[in-house]
Design a protein. Structure first.
Length: 279
């Protein structure tokens, strides 16, 4: 993985007379959205929680700019590297408590957030010993399972939409079971009326393509990724592109803003995080 300098935007609470908790936000395949990551960042800061919005794509504009090329060139491993680099950065600040930092991801970033809860990932990307106190994955596809199911032990909340075809409930149940077997408490709250990206800027629903739900990957103990459908390893950008092209579903999925679902997810995420960030 080529070296890169992680970039992001930090939202800080006004009152930092004591060290405060924090969240790190990982964007989806569309990049950082003003209606989503930046809005949540400001809201967390207003509630006394520092928020670091990581821009995984922005740090690698020289690698890819188009939507498809970004997904091929800029991998989940790069997002994980940035997330753990962000945790290390927050840990060095005197105004943030490194033991109370949660990782929150949306869609593509939600997949990375899920992977970050696995022990082998934390051991690879956070050799300083810091770990996230909790993980929250918004409408994250469940396409990869780990051969090594050990988790970091941090609790995990999944919040998918019931009408989001990119989230396969059966595959997600398998992922949930792996994480529970690995040592994490897992909770999944589905919103029956929710499509994909209910907290984005698209008013009304529309169908988009590139549905990853049919993809089936296995992460090996050495960090390698194998496509279970073809047996191909995702060893380089060419194989990654080929595997994704072969597994992506022809049918799309619904995307659209839903303020009612957003309000409900806000309450559920707050109920999950509050006792962890403000014990």
């Amino acid at each position: 993985m080529p070296p890169a300098t992680a970039t992001g935007t930090l939202f800080l609470p006004e009152d930092r007379t004591r060290s405060v908790p924090a969240v790190i936000l990982l964007h989806g395949a569309g990049g950082v959205l003003g209606a989503r990551e930046m809005t949540y960042g400001a809201q967390y800061a207003a509630m006394g929680v520092a928020a670091l919005v990581i821009d995984v794509f922005g740090a690698r504009r020289d690698r890819a700019t188009g939507f498809v090329n970004r997904l091929i060139e800029i991998t989940e491993a790069m997002a994980l590297a940035d997330a753990y680099a962000g945790l290390a950065y927050l840990a060095k600040r005197g105004d943030i408590d490194p033991a109370r930092v949660a990782l929150i991801g949306f869609s593509y970033g939600g997949m990375a957030t899920t992977y970050a809860a696995h022990a082998q990932v934390a051991e690879a990307f956070a050799q300083d010993g810091h770990r996230f106190a909790a993980h929250v994955a918004y409408y994250a596809p469940c396409i990869a399972r780990f051969a090594d199911v050990r988790s970091t032990g941090a609790p995990i909340l999944f919040v998918p939409g019931g009408r989001d075809a990119i989230v396969d409930p059966n595959r997600c149940a398998e992922v949930d079971g792996d994480l529970q077997a690995g040592g994490s408490v897992v909770r999944r709250i589905a919103y029956p009326n929710g499509a994909h990206q209910w907290d984005g800027f698209f008013a009304g629903e529309r169908m988009i393509g590139r549905n990853l739900a049919p993809c089936r990957f296995q992460v090996m103990p050495n960090g390698g990724v194998v496509d279970l459908r073809t047996g191909l390893p995702m060893a380089n950008r060419w194989l990654r592109g080929a595997v994704l092209a072969l597994c992506v579903g022809r049918e799309g999925y619904l995307i659209g803003r839903n303020d009612d679902v957003r309000a409900r997810s806000n309450r559920d995420v707050a109920a999950f995080l509050n006792p962890l960030l403000f014990p």
